[in-house]
Design a protein around this ligand. Structure first.
Ligand SMILES: Nc1ncnc2c1ncn2[C@@H]1O[C@H](COP(=O)(O)OP(=O)(O)O)[C@@H](O)[C@H]1O
Ligand SMILES: O=C(O)C1=C[C@@H](OP(=O)(O)O)[C@@H](O)[C@H](O)C1
Ligand SMILES: [Mg+2]
Length: 176
């Protein structure tokens, strides 16, 4: 049984926010969503912030808030990270050292199906209007997949699992 707090990592649409909330309820452990913490600090949506200040500034805030929580992880917590948290090398160190990190691996085909209706809230999917959603997801996943693998203590392939099945699999492994 792990005693570390749980961090969910994976691509946009892999289910981090949805699954973290459910596991929090199942384990009776507090839950936080890194994107919600960022939104509270910036005072606008992530979409609007990207347009005004760009991704680089977003990543700086994301890293600061993530590392701040990571240093306070002495009590149980479930954290839904944002899909890009693993880009920063220092963030990856924290994910390996301070968290039981779960990679919600999801096939590009399923990501496209899940994200089709939610593109508006994900700025990286609104860029490069000449690329299809399939192409954008493929390109992002190609760079990030090795980084998710690098930090993962446990991997769940969510592509053919329901939300409930993903939660059960994580809880069972965490309690083993
Ligand atoms: N295992 C799953 N099966 C079907 N739909 C899912 C699953 N996990 C998440 N979803 C759906 O995919 C969408 C994105 O989920 P979300 O939790 O916001 O992902 P993330 O936080 O990783 O971007 C939501 O509409 C959610 O209901
Ligand atoms: O993958 C990314 O770079 C991002 C993922 C988003 O969170 P979700 O993974 O919860 O969609 C959010 O942090 C931001 O739009 C950037
Ligand atoms: Mg999310």
């Amino acid at each position: 049984m792990s005693t570390l707090p749980i961090a969910l990592v994976g691509m946009m649409g892999s289910g981090k926010s949805t699954i973290a909330k459910k596991i929090s309820y199942k384990l009776n452990v507090p839950f936080q969503d890194l994107d919600d913490l960022i939104t509270s600090e910036i005072g606008c949506s992530i979409q609007v912030f990207f347009q005004k200040y760009g991704e680089r500034t977003f990543r700086q805030i994301e890293a600061r808030l993530f590392q701040q929580i990571s240093k306070q992880t002495d009590s149980p917590l479930i954290l839904a990270t944002g899909g890009g948290v693993i880009i920063d090398e220092e963030n990856r160190k924290y994910l390996k050292r301070n968290w039981w990190s779960v990679y919600l691996q999801t096939s590009p085909y399923i990501l496209v199906k899940r994200l089709k209706k939610e593109v508006d809230s994900r700025p990286l999917l609104n860029e490069n209007i000449h690329d299809t959603l399939e192409q954008k997801i493929h390109d992002i996943l190609e760079t990030r997949h090795p980084l998710y693998l690098e930090v993962a203590s446990f991997i769940v392939d969510t592509s053919s699992l329901s939300v409930e099945e993903v939660c059960s699999s994580i809880v069972a492994e965490y309690q083993t």
